[in-house]
Design a binder for this molecule. Structure first.
Ligand SMILES: [Fe+2]
Length: 198
């Protein structure tokens, strides 16, 4: 079984009973599919796997610290997937919330990959709403504020992380401008017309 297929099955198992979280996860995986053409063949399944696995730490089977990036990463590390563990541990600016929770040292046990792939995981997570619907990064950050309240630890962490998250999302958006997905080419554009005859 390919790693992304394994990840999808694993996430479905862990998030069974958390339907909203599963809807969000499937939306993040769809977003990963939409930008997969930006990546080398070897990285595409890794991005897709990370998209499926990024929130498994919410599973009641995996809760230990109560901080989902850390709990998901701990399981992935034990399962023998250190790169995925690092991506999940540090996804979407988790470092900021870890600091507020007093868990920075625990998170630092996992390698923080700073790459186009980690940017892409943040892009997919932050442009997908809680029910899996596409939304802008700004809408997503505002939704978190609304959901938790501005003074909540999660909201404070997101505010602290917002500049770097915005930069990560912008880097992927720039790559998409340069290399749009084929299906995004308007049908009546010269490019779209040419593509439709391919
Ligand atoms: Fe997420």
């Amino acid at each position: 079984m390919d790693i992304d297929e394994w990840a999808a099955a694993t996430a479905a198992r862990f998030l069974d009973g958390l339907p909203r979280r599963w809807s969000h996860t499937c939306g993040v995986a769809r977003a990963a599919d939409e930008i997969a053409h930006l990546f080398e063949p070897a990285d595409k399944p890794v991005l897709r796997a990370a998209a499926y696995l990024h929130d498994i730490g919410y599973s009641t089977d995996l809760v230990a610290s109560g901080f989902h990036p850390l709990d998901g990463a701990a399981w992935l590390q034990r399962a023998g997937y250190p790169r995925l563990a690092g991506l999940v541990a540090h996804h979407s600016g988790a470092r900021h919330e870890a600091r507020l929770r007093g868990l920075a040292a625990e998170l630092d046990a996992y390698l923080e990959e700073r790459s186009e792939l980690s940017d892409a995981l943040a892009y997919c997570d932050l442009t997908t709403g809680p029910d899996g619907q596409p939304m802008t990064c700004l809408e997503r950050l505002a939704e978190i504020d609304d959901c938790y309240g501005a003074e909540h630890l999660v909201s404070r962490a997101v505010h602290a992380a917002a500049p770097e998250l915005g930069e990560a999302v912008a880097r992927i958006q720039l790559k998409l401008v340069a290399s749009p997905p084929v299906e995004f080419a308007p049908a009546n554009s010269p490019e779209g017309t040419a593509l439709s005859h391919d």
